[in-house]
Design a protein around this ligand. Structure first.
Ligand SMILES: *Cc1c(COP(=O)(O)O)cnc(C)c1O
Length: 352
């Protein structure tokens, strides 16, 4: 498919690195592609970043048929690189499947993304820990009030510079084990990166924040016993010499950082398992002195060490509130590969 390109005539002023934060600034260009039943995916174009107007009746506004992705471009020794972009677009297609959205061509999406990032390569910041955040998403654009899968869609990619997630190095966070609300259930949308999952998580997150916690730890939606994820990250525990993360069960989002951590840990010859794990087991391991560390994994923060867990008003401190050894090695190695400071034996890094 042809990719049309229209460059901006009014380049924006780029923000200073120290005020970047996350998700506040957007680069000069965006990618858009339309879908209709008669033409399929068509009219792929890179155009200046701007407002888009829609009829108030488009279906995404009413029935939430929306999915997204999140990945980053890094400035690495003067070059611009992406981290496993194929994984993101394959996962986008899995989300398409879950929400009755027509799939996209993975290779065409990667090529278009490379072109978009190339055009805005000056927007990729180069201070330590900064990157260009990339947000691909698909929304239902058929103007129709009535519930059925939309017959029109738009696939859009926007990008923007983001700051270092941790300003003073990686900090352990305080986690609330959620008992009242659930994020997802097997048979629902949990394993799709659907906007709806985020809508469903807001109330729990807000109440946890009011109590002084950074994130919630989600338990399974049926028995409220088994661990699923932490906030918008996958979660790992170090129990004695076993490193364990909940097995993908249909309601857990299959994170690419999770997958990369598993591959790294296995390549180091460590004892890693993906299995069912109850919150009870974590507390028992803690009592026996076997709970060494816990951490979340996701594109935004990479590794987020858990310093404190609170379940049923019982709070426990992990790794003395410090960053554990495994968390630290994973953070250093993953970011090392992403910024091309350490070797990439897996071929994860893709040059733009
Ligand atoms: C995106 C996401 C993750 C992390 O996935 P990565 O590919 O590692 O960024 C974990 N959980 C949820 C619910 C997510 O939406």
């Amino acid at each position: 498919m042809e990719l049309k390109i229209e460059l901006t005539k009014n380049p924006k002023k780029k923000p200073d690195t120290d005020i970047l934060g996350f998700g506040k600034y957007f680069s000069d260009h965006m990618f858009i592609m339309d879908y209709s039943e008669d033409k399929g995916w068509h009219d792929a174009r890179i155009v200046p970043y701007d407002t888009i107007s829609y009829e108030p009746a488009i279906m995404v506004f009413h029935y939430g048929q929306a999915i997204f992705e999140g990945l980053k471009a890094y400035k690495a020794k003067g070059e611009v690189v992406l981290f496993r972009p194929d994984e993101n677009f394959k996962r986008l297609n899995n989300s398409c499947e879950a929400l009755c959205i027509p799939k996209i061509d993975v290779q065409f999406a990667i090529d278009s993304l490379k072109k978009l990032v190339d055009i805005d390569r000056d927007w990729v910041p180069d201070s330590p820990g900064t990157s260009l955040y990339i947000r691909p998403f698909i929304i239902a654009t058929e103007p129709h009030v009535g519930v059925h899968p939309s017959s029109n869609y738009q696939f859009i990619i926007i990008t923007g510079p983001v700051g270092a997630y941790y300003k003073e190095g990686i900090n352990p966070v305080k986690i609330y084990v959620e008992q009242k609300y659930v994020r997802a259930v097997k048979g629902g949308l949990g394993e799709a990166k659907a906007s709806a999952n985020y809508a469903a998580s807001l109330k729990a997150q807000q109440e946890a924040a009011e109590k002084g916690y950074t994130q919630v730890l989600w338990l399974d939606g049926v028995e409220r016993k088994y661990i699923e994820e932490v906030g918008t990250m996958n979660v790992f525990f170090v129990l004695g010499n076993e490193i364990v993360t909940p097995a993908l069960n249909g309601s857990i989002l299959p994170g690419i950082t999770r997958k990369s951590c598993l591959e790294l840990l296995r390549s180091w010859g460590l004892n890693v398992s993906e299995r069912k794990i109850s919150i009870q087991e974590i507390y028992e391991a803690h009592e026996k002195g076997q709970l060494k560390e816990a951490f979340g994994t996701g594109t935004a923060a990479v590794i987020s060490p858990i310093g404190e867990l609170c379940w049923n008003d019982k709070c426990i401190t992990l790794s003395d509130g410090q960053i554990g050894e495994i968390s630290h090695s994973l953070y250093d190695n993953l970011t090392g590969i992403q910024y091309t400071d350490v070797a990439d034996p897996f071929g994860w890094v893709v040059k733009v």
